[in-house]
Design a protein around this ligand. Sequence first.
Ligand SMILES: [Fe+2]
Ligand SMILES: [Fe+2]
Length: 474
Amino acid sequence: MSSVVNDTRIPNNVDLSSDKRLQRALEEWQPNFLKWWVEMGPEGFQQDDVFLRTAISVDHEGWANFDYVKMPDYRWGIFLSDAVADRTIACGDDYGKPVWQQVPGEHRNVLRRLIVTQGDTEPASVEQQRLLGQTCPSLYDLRNLFQVNVEEGRHLWAMVYLLHSYFGRDGREEAEALLERRSGDPDKPRILGTFNEPCEDWLSFFMFTFFTDRDGKYQLLALAESAFDPLSRTTRFMLTEEAHHMFVGETGVLRVVQRACELAKLDPNGDARAQGGVDLATIQRYLNFWFSSSLDLFGAEVSSNAASFFAAGLKGRAKEAQHTDHVALEGTYALDLPRDGALRREEVALRTAMNEVLRDEYVEDCQRGVDKWNRTIAEQGVDFKLTLPSRRFNRAQGLYAGMRFDTDGALIDEATWQAMKSRWLPSDADRAYVKSLMTRPVYEPGKMAHWIAPPKQGIKGRPVDFEYVRHTPA
Ligand SMILES: [Fe+2]
Ligand SMILES: [Fe+2]
């Protein structure tokens, strides 16, 4: 296990002090990062003490230290999982050859692009979530929001470290640009669509951390297989932090679902809205929106880029070791391709379908969470089932973009889409209603907003009514 050097300006386990040039470059970037954090990070809570987890070593048991920290004092640092001895390339044309410790010239531009695209999502989500603290349903949730936010900030550090260390001047320029783009800004938007969507209420936040952070998990799993070893080691450590983000999403939605059931049962007409809650039908529409938007992040179903990333060993499949054929030159993948206004099942070369292979694993993983939510609904004795819509539904990228499908994946015409849209996706009225439930924040330890059930347990053995954030309203 490598220990973390914590007494320098930038905590790290990469022996940063041995490379003075790199250390200086990162120390110059650091104040710009902090300026971005103060400007674009959680608004109104920067001076509060927050009960946060900080990485102090990277081994499985000891990497997390819990204590009160003011967010700007969080120890953002550079942590790589330990090197795997004699690691070899996990997939593609060079399968089995030694991994790269430096960037091969022929892959330089593509690797930089992959790292920048991943890196851009990290600050983007912090920007999307920056006002949510002002409407938090509890101090427990407020703390979880901030934990996610500081870790996304650290994930930006992880990518910037790679850019600074391995991509020279171009890398340094890209690191600056990562602090200049802004989520939702029409002039300088973040790179990927979902990361420009507003996330203005807590139901959206829980859906985002469930569906969109989970896309992040699968992108990181694919990059963890990279032949570029520093990228693999960086992403492997990021995955340990990412797990918490999806926990926040899964349990967050679960608690809203549970409360929806409880309130529906209190109401003579079974209407959770009449009792001041979010109803299950609205939850389903939010689910449809965030699931379909997150599916777009995987890229096109048939993709020559995906094929060449795999061939070059830049990206693998999730947990490449679970497959037997790591070259994947032979196989095919069956896809429903739109042809002359209908869908026709055709086989495409497996390598070109690698985005879809990753998407398959993602959908399966999402379904596991939905199953848990449905178990809660069943336990409550309510007759309702949440479902993932077809992966063709509401897509803006790939094969199915520009066409209309219902939630079962059947092709429909524009008129049907327009007529049904507000039953499938959150309407302006839905969004206004959900927001109206969240106008007043709950800052009293142990208290929960009316529309959400309390969590089963607190954080790190602390009770639910622990003062997770010591907040003094301005
Ligand atoms: Fe992240
Ligand atoms: Fe995340």
